[in-house]
Design a protein around this ligand. Structure first.
Ligand SMILES: Cc1cc2nc3c(=O)[nH]c(=O)nc-3n(C[C@H](O)[C@H](O)[C@H](O)COP(=O)(O)O)c2cc1C
Length: 157
């Protein structure tokens, strides 16, 4: 099964670091949303969609890409993100819009990863930011484990 990782990461490139770890384990190319066409995506069996969380959701470019995917798709997707604030329920909510869009197109969403990312948005920049140093080595290791599990369950079968 061929894998693809799509990431949008602009604030501190936090999510891009996570994307590269995951893609390395999956032997997958890393592309930005504007570097792939919906048709191209349909050709992959496993696709990761990730970005920072901005105003409670993934980046607009990923959401609009999901809207443009052909609806007959039968692929498997996973979601990932970095955010100022994380936690099981917070992440599940932050991921919900993208998850629902992909599920509506027929994608099976199999795994979701999130970790904290350095955040200097808005007034935080005057305070030295929050989550300085994140993602850290432990976050990177968790991302690696997440990808190893995906690989074992879906790619190497
Ligand atoms: C415009 C903007 C809005 C943000 N909104 C949220 C938010 O709603 N919830 C949250 O937990 N973090 C929020 N953050 C923090 C980012 O999710 C966090 O810094 C993330 O790691 C950025 O990822 P990136 O470096 O890959 O762009 C926001 C950051 C920016 C710049």
């Amino acid at each position: 099964m061929e894998s693809l990782v799509i990431v949008y990461s602009y604030h501190h490139h936090n999510t891009e670091r996570i994307a590269r770890v995951i893609a390395n384990v999956l032997d997958a190319p890393v592309k930005k949303p504007d570097e792939v066409t919906p048709e191209e995506i349909s050709g992959y069996g496993l696709i990761g969609f990730g970005s920072g969380i901005y105003h409670g959701m993934h980046h607009e470019s990923l959401l609009s890409l999901a809207d443009r995917l052909p609806s007959a798709s039968s692929g498997t997707a996973f979601l990932f993100s970095t955010a100022g604030i994380t936690g099981e329920r917070k992440t599940s909510k932050d991921h919900s819009l993208l998850r629902e869009k992909l599920q509506a197109k027929g994608y099976r969403v199999t795994g979701e990863f999130s970790c904290k990312g350095y955040n200097t948005n808005s007034f935080l920049k005057y305070l030295g930011g929050m989550n300085r140093g994140r993602p850290n080595a432990e976050d990177i290791h968790r991302a690696w484990e997440f990808a190893r599990n995906l690989r074992k369950e879906l790619v190497d079968r």
